[in-house]
Design a protein around this ligand. Structure first.
Ligand SMILES: Nc1ncnc2c1ncn2[C@@H]1O[C@H](COP(=O)(O)OP(=O)(O)OP(=O)(O)O)[C@@H](O)[C@H]1O
Length: 748
């Protein structure tokens, strides 16, 4: 038994002999390459396939080269399909062995089917001599005629089958050569055949013989489909009218749908049009990424058939583009069950999180099956979930989301490039830290980095639930997976290692930056602010939450060991990756639902902040106003973050480190808070009066349409007098204004 590596999709071309009734023998339009046995030239075009058989090739040679390796795979437990495709009269039925002759066929003319069945029976007999294991072989024979399926082995072969029950067809047990002969005789004699201008006994139906290999315990080990498609032909050339013409139309419909399925599979589409015809519906199980597929394209040597020959070769070429990962049948079933489970879990998971879950890089890497046959290329894959689009949502939407999250290779590359540019500013760079150094707290030299600059830094560090730090590999984002056992974070560490953590945490957006309303220098200093004292329990976790440039608390023990070390370490967040980790006590994760509500605006704000980074410098006269607007905008966002999590307090202890020394900045009194609120309202009003659409739409709760409507109303009214006037504008649907106020921390 050959366990060698066999390509999952193999395409072969066979040239038919000249047909005498087409006139004198002319030179063949097919030229075979004398050097390579798998190339041919037709109409000055080169074609390369796995095999290119000349018309002189014998049935035995064809079987040995093309089908025998499939039988090997069959006995390894794989689903295999051999399919003959091509113009009428080019020898498909002859090659596949589905002949209707009453007299016994000569040995040399035996086609694939009888040879294959004989081979299988011989192997089973040999197997049973050596082992006590009993293997049963059965076969079914159906045809698709006029878009109806017929069970050719049943007692009523003329009654069409119900399509949904096509799988429950009559199976004949095969134990000897006599059984085999009976099956072929019965099946082929019941097949629809008609004389056409092109072929005296043209098959007017697609025939499918399925050989099932059963284990002793009644489980199906593997199956082999041998498919003889009806001839692809122009209805014009067959010279048929009426019923026969309709046959031709339906034949072409089936062939077209096979074409479409193969094209869709080759292109990696998420939706494959199996239901376009009965033929593809019946073959659906075989035309998946989990089978071995072999195509035999039969072509004519005649110049009058050039168009059909080129069309057949094109189909063969597209089939060559298929990329399949066959699985053993039992394995495939297990995989299908897994998929079903995953889908049902996904149905219960919020939409935004599903995107992360189902994207190829964010789904936890699954191990390949352990019990694959030696050398068998078993991989965990499902073509229905191709790498580029493994979920039912539109591909583009998924790619955009993954790009926003920094999960796409392009986003990661961009991040890496920008980080390299900024390396000079960050010393020592977190991405340069050695693995050992990551475990120990790193003292990072305080840097004067503007807020937006920090935002664009791509290095990431995450805090584990135990309070340890992990530096995420340069340019990579932690992957989050949701399984039955909970939420997992897979952190790509340096040196290609990964760490998997079970999260008792939630997602935080990168825009949750807690710069207080102070000057740029103070902001920069705060970016380096040390955490509150370790005994500060809940307070401490909030301080993490307040900043995306996170200060890391030292474990009490660790601090005692290193009393002199200032407790500073930078956590940079990428605007493209809104997944940061918080300590468990900062926010209790109460189910999955809150994530959706929090993540979506986070991603949006993250994108807005990122686009803010990219704003080109305005003219000098506008710069002052714009700076003011940005300051209000930033504050508004900070406050919105606090407000969302209920951490807005009238007394807010802010710790700030300036030049390495820690000082308490102050405690706000209630009066000060009121005062602050009135100032904030004025500033917000001012912003609405002066900002452009582009700036306004960066405000939390205000989208592009609202921003545009606001500017239109402003120009109509000549400016807004008060927030009450803005509230009375007819642009707020429902509680929209209330939501804007809440998002911007305004008293409604
Ligand atoms: N390689 C070959 N060697 C000998 N005879 C061949 C060969 N190929 C085809 N033939 C003969 O050509 C005739 C037509 O072949 P066949 O019926 O297999 O064509 P087909 O492609 O199945 O046509 P259709 O699609 O109309 O059923 C048959 O009589 C067959 O014996």
């Amino acid at each position: 038994m050959d366990n060698g590596k066999l390509s999952a999709v193999r395409v072969a071309v066979r040239e038919a002999p000249f047909r005498s009734f087409l006139g004198r023998q002319e030179p063949s339009i097919v030229q075979f390459s004398p050097q390579a046995g798998n190339s041919l030239v037709v109409d000055q075009n080169d074609y390369h396939f796995d095999h290119a058989f000349r018309s002189s090739v014998s049935q035995e040679q064809l079987y040995d080269a093309l089908i025998q390796p499939l039988v090997d795979k069959l006995f390894c437990g794989f689903q295999c399909t051999a399919m003959a495709y091509g113009q009428t009269g080019t020898g498909k039925s002859y090659s596949m062995g589905m002949v209707t002759d009453k007299e016994p066929t000569k040995e040399e003319h035996l086609g694939v089917l009888p040879r294959c069945l004989r081979d299988i029976l011989d192997r089973v007999a040999a197997q049973q001599e050596n082992t006590a294991e009993r293997t049963r072989i059965t076969a079914s024979f159906i045809e698709i005629y006029n878009e109806k399926a017929f069970d050719l082995l049943s007692t009523s072969p003329m009654d069409p089958m119900v399509t949904s029950r096509c799988q429950s067809r009559t199976c004949m047990p095969l134990a000897s050569q006599q059984d085999l002969q009976r099956l072929l005789q019965l099946g082929t004699s019941n097949r629809h055949v008609r004389r056409t201008n092109m072929n005296a006994k043209s098959s007017r139906s697609h025939a499918i013989v399925t050989i099932h290999v059963w284990q002793e315990d009644g489980k199906e080990l593997a199956r082999m489909n041998i498919v003889d498609l009806a001839g692809s032909e122009g209805v014009r050339r067959t010279g048929h009218e009426g019923v026969a013409r309709q046959e031709g139309v339906n034949i072409n419909l089936g062939l077209l749908s096979i074409n479409k399925v193969v094209m869709a599979l080759a292109a990696g589409h998420a939706v494959i049009p199996y239901r376009d015809s009965i033929l593809t519906t019946v073959l659906q199980e075989s035309l998946t990424s989990q089978s071995y597929l072999t195509f035999l394209a039969c072509i004519s040597p005649h110049s009058c058939d050039l168009t059909e020959t080129i069309s057949t070769l094109r189909f063969a070429k597209s089939a060559k583009r298929l990329r399949l990962n066959p699985q053993q049948m039992n394995m495939a079933r297990a995989h299908q069950l897994q998929l079903q489970q995953k889908q049902s879990m996904a149905a219960r998971t919020p939409h935004i999180f599903r995107r992360v879950m189902t994207s190829s890089t964010s789904v936890k890497r699954s191990r390949p099956p352990q019990n694959a046959g030696a050398g068998a290329p078993i991989q965990n894959s499902s073509y229905l979930m191709p790498p580029k689009a493994k979920e039912s949502m539109p591909l583009m939407q998924l790619q955009r989301t993954r790009s926003e999250m920094g999960l796409t290779p392009k986003a990661k590359k961009r991040a890496r490039e920008e980080l390299q540019l900024e390396m000079g500013l960050i010393a020592p760079s977190v991405s340069d830290m050695s693995e050992s150094s990551l475990v120990q707290p790193q003292v990072v030299k305080p840097l004067a980095l503007p807020m937006l600059h920090l935002q664009r830094t791509r290095s990431e560090m995450v805090l584990t639930p135990k309070g340890e730090r992990r530096c995420v590999q340069d340019g990579c984002s932690p992957d989050v997976t949701l399984s039955n056992s909970g939420l997992h974070l897979i952190i790509p560490l340096n040196r290609g290692q990964e760490e998997e953590l079970q999260l008792d945490a939630t997602l935080v957006e990168p825009s949750r930056i807690n710069f207080s309303d102070c000057t740029q220098e103070e902001q920069d200093s705060k970016a380096m602010a040390p955490p509150p004292p370790p005994d500060n329990g809940r307070r401490r976790s909030r301080s993490f939450f307040h900043s995306s440039v996170l200060s890391i608390p030292e474990e009490p023990g660790a601090q005692q060991q290193q009393p002199q070390q200032p407790m500073r370490c930078l956590f940079f967040s990428s605007p493209f990756s809104p997944i940061n980790l918080q300590t468990a006590d900062s926010l209790q994760m109460s189910g999955i639902l809150p994530l959706e509500t929090s993540v979506r605006p986070q991603v949006r704000r993250s994108a807005r902040l990122n686009s803010m980074c990219n704003i080109t410098q305005p003219p000098p006269e506008q710069q002052h106003q714009q700076q003011k607007n940005e300051s209000v905008l930033r504050r508004s966002m900070r406050l919105a973050v606090k407000s969302e999590k209920g951490v807005v307090q009238t007394k807010d202890l802010l710790t700030t480190q300036i030049s390495g020394s820690v000082r308490v900045r102050g405690v706000r009194s209630k009066a000060a808070a009121t005062n602050w609120m009135s100032k904030h309202r004025v500033m917000f009003l001012n912003l609405l009066n002066t900002a452009e659409v582009r700036e306004l739409q960066k405000l939390p709760g205000i989208g592009p349409k609202t921003a545009f409507a606001l500017v239109m109303q402003r120009s109509r009214l000549g400016g807004f007098q008060s927030l009450a006037q803005i509230e009375s504008l007819p642009i707020w649907a429902g509680k929209k204004w209330l939501r804007v106020c809440q998002a911007n921390c305004l008293d409604p």
